[in-house]
Design a binder for this molecule. Structure first.
Ligand code: PLP
Length: 389
């Protein structure tokens, strides 16, 4: 067979780094701070709600295409109560197989071959693949470290827009840098989108994981944005059930219909009983979110301080459960080689941020660690990393 099996659109996307690094973690018995999933499950009452749904026969057969009404209503209530954003559960809310499917369906629905899609670099790995599957061209705009925080260069963003630009793919709070876009940054993005008549797809799966005085602001709440924005959420990160794969979009009826057109031929539906459980999770009291934030902020500080003591330069995240470090103070600028050697050297697995960049050199010296792990696991990782120097 002379023709490669994997088509041209996907040829550049081999196995994800997470598979390689998780295999390395298993082989070397290392602590895996690579992939971002919690090592404890979410609230007991939410788990029980899923068991109850299964037993009571709720969602064991195909749920409705847009998602079960209980969940769509809970999502709409969440957006209204938290952000003052009103969405009609019947025409403006769509339940998806995690945020991953919401991203894929949005891009497959809204992007024509040849369209350009602007994404903030470093970006979540599925963005590039989904833009490619849609036949679009990705145009990265690089977030750069400045005074301890990754910032969006608004001139660079403005310069990236061309007549072929269809949409801006945003992510805030931002994985992997931990940046939470400010009101000023989001306002500038919104003004640009309105001026150039662009759509915005915004991945807000870390909306509840913000620290210190950071505040999450959905861009859909800014003037002129509601009708041009698809907002993506997920239960995975907020409730520590990443295996359930319950995500959603909120958007105008026209955008929702478009995204649903693609979604119905991807999974059609998913996660039946879990949809009922997530409807209950969305009604947890504020104390749940405060507890989640306090817990993760303490873990951020434990890992961040430990990494700093071990010699890394640390970008203290204001959101998400990842911390990005610069390894140059440790005497190397090659994050790939560093991460491949780290399991043998220190018994810890991390991810080289370069995999999240088109401009690989721009990401070369940065390495990402996840801190959504039990305190004793993080403490052990810190102890091991301190022996590096
Ligand atoms: C984890 C993650 C997702 C995927 O969410 P699922 O609901 O598990 O599909 C999407 N975007 C970002 C930025 C993530 O970190």
């Amino acid at each position: 067979m002379t023709r490669p099996l994997l088509n041209r659109r996907l040829a550049e996307f081999g196995t994800t780094i997470f598979a390689e690094m998780s295999a390395l973690a298993a082989r070397t018995g290392s602590i895996n701070l690579g992939q971002g999933f919690p090592d404890t499950d979410g609230p007991e009452e939410v788990r029980e709600a899923a068991v109850r749904a299964l037993r009571d026969g709720h969602g064991n057969q195909y749920p409705p295409g847009p998602g079960v009404p209980e969940l769509r209503t809970a999502i709409a209530d969440h957006q209204r109560d938290r952000y003052g954003l009103e969405y009609d559960p019947d025409t403006e809310v769509l339940v998806t197989a995690g945020a991953t499917e919401a991203i894929a369906a949005s891009l497959l629905a809204l992007v024509e071959p040849g369209d350009e899609v602007i994404a903030l670099e470093p970006y979540y790995d599925s963005y590039a693949a989904c833009v490619a599957m849609a036949g679009g061209t990705r145009v990265p705009v690089t977030l750069r470290p400045h005074e301890g925080r990754y910032v969006l260069d608004l001139d660079e963003l403005r310069a990236a827009v061309t007549p072929r630009t269809r949409l801006i793919l945003l992510n805030t709070p931002h994985n992997p840098t931990g940046t939470v876009l400010t009101r000023a940054e989001l306002t500038a993005v919104a003004e640009l989108a309105v001026e150039r008549d662009l759509l915005v797809v915004t991945d807000e799966v870390y909306e509840h994981l913000v620290f210190d005085d950071a505040e999450h602001l959905p861009i859909a709440s800014l003037p002129g944005m509601r009708e041009r924005t698809v907002t993506i959420g997920s239960a995975g990160k907020t409730y520590s059930f990443t295996g359930w794969k319950v995500g959603w979009t909120t958007a105008s009826p026209a955008l929702t219909t478009a995204v649903r057109s693609a979604k119905q031929f991807l999974t059609y539906v998913s996660s039946g009983p879990f949809q009922y459980a997530v409807a209950e999770a969305l009604r947890l009291p504020d104390a749940y979110y405060a507890g989640l934030r306090a817990d993760l902020q303490a873990k951020r500080d434990l890992l961040g301080d430990g990494l700093a003591e071990a010699g890394f330069a640390v970008y203290r995240p204001r959101g998400t459960y990842f911390v990005t470090t610069d390894i140059r103070p440790l005497g190397t600028g090659d994050g790939f080689a560093f991460c491949r050697a780290l399991p043998e050297r220190a018994g810890v697995v991390a991810i080289p941020n370069a995999v999240f960049y088109d401009h690989r050199e721009a990401g070369a010296p940065f390495v990402r660690f996840a801190f959504c792990k039990r305190t004793e696991v993080l403490q052990e990782a810190v102890d091991r990393l301190k022996r590096l120097g």
